[in-house]
Design a protein around this ligand. Structure first.
Ligand code: C5P
Ligand code: MG
Length: 289
């Protein structure tokens, strides 16, 4: 049905279900569809040439906007909490308070750095931020077919927007839910706005944004892209959900996490740094323009 689904990186527990959902979504048409995607390690690469690619937080962490001392503290937090974030032997309940601790401590440290808004663009430009291979057709195709793309990220909205703006793909069909920085009248970071979004509370984040999903109520068919099991709840605010196809990138701790990913994502992309499979799915669903 879709040649790319035979790629070596593609794993599926139930190929029949995938084909049925794809057929139902194709029949319903692209005007009934919306795409909801995570950002870090889903739209961006996990690694490039053997080196880990940065998350939104890492972009700031690795920049000249923070002191060496702050950088060390942020790295220590990452070394402590990232293994917990991806630990398949711990429950989400157990992880929740630890994720809140990671994000709130990191944000507090960033606020102490008095980061200037007008330096963010240069920092992103000088960073190693990298969208996945074949990102351009992904964003362009959705725009051409007027399919809304929600980027739902526990990263930092201001950084994320700058990454896609500099890549030339922050099209008008793109909306972002994320953690946004709050600046004072001198353009200095003073806090983060609104309710914190971390890896495991995206359901709550979705339910807070009822207006967005209300506007998209004529689009009950969803393509969801994520890399964490926490991303599976990103579509929980969708009205009268009809069909959903969940595509998950399994980037790290592959062996121990494969089973849980196969049980929750319809399609698991193992160590795949490209958007080739999502693009092939979009081509199938949207057909020639
Ligand atoms: O876009 P996404 O929701 O994936 O962004 C969140 C990611 O940012 C998490 O998976 C986490 O590993 C990473 N993170 C980080 N530094 C922090 C907090 C989170 O790199 N201080
Ligand atoms: Mg992610």
């Amino acid at each position: 049905m879709i040649a790319a689904l035979s790629n070596a990186s593609v794993h599926m527990k139930d190929r029949n279900r995938v084909e049925n959902v794809l057929q139902a979504m194709q029949k319903a048409g692209s005007n009934t569809m919306q795409v909801i995607s995570d950002f870090d390690m889903t739209l961006t690469r996990f690694e490039h040439k053997g080196k880990r690619s940065p998350t939104c937080h890492n972009i700031l962490e690795d920049s000249k906007l923070v002191t060496d001392e702050c950088r060390v503290q942020l790295k220590e937090l990452m070394n402590k909490f990232y293994p917990i974030e991806i630990d398949s032997s711990r429950s989400v309940e157990e992880k929740l308070p630890l994720m809140v601790e990671w994000w709130t401590t990191a944000h507090k440290l960033l606020v102490q750095q008095k980061i200037k808004k007008d330096l963010l663009a240069a920092v992103v430009r000088e960073s190693n931020a990298m969208l996945r291979e074949d990102y351009r057709p992904f964003f362009d195709l959705l725009e051409q077919h007027s399919v809304p793309l929600l980027i739902f990220s526990a990263g930092i909205g201001d950084i994320l927007e700058e990454v896609i703006r500099q890549a030339g793909v922050f099209h008008t069909n793109v909306q972002v839910f994320s953690n946004y920085m709050d600046f004072d009248e001198t353009g200095t970071l003073t806090a983060f706005k609104g309710e914190l979004i971390h890896t495991y509370n995206k359901r709550e984040g979705a339910l807070l944004n009822t207006g967005h999903f209300q506007e998209l109520r004529t689009r009950p068919n969803v393509l969801l892209l994520g890399d964490s099991l926490g991303d599976l709840t990103m579509a929980d605010g969708v009205h009268d959900l009809c069909n959903i196809l969940k595509v998950g990138f399994l980037n790290d701790k592959m062996e121990e996490r494969m089973e849980s990913y196969l049980n929750s994502y319809d399609i698991v992309l193992l160590k795949d740094e490209t958007l080739e499979v999502p693009n092939a799915i979009l081509h199938f669903l949207m057909g020639p323009q």
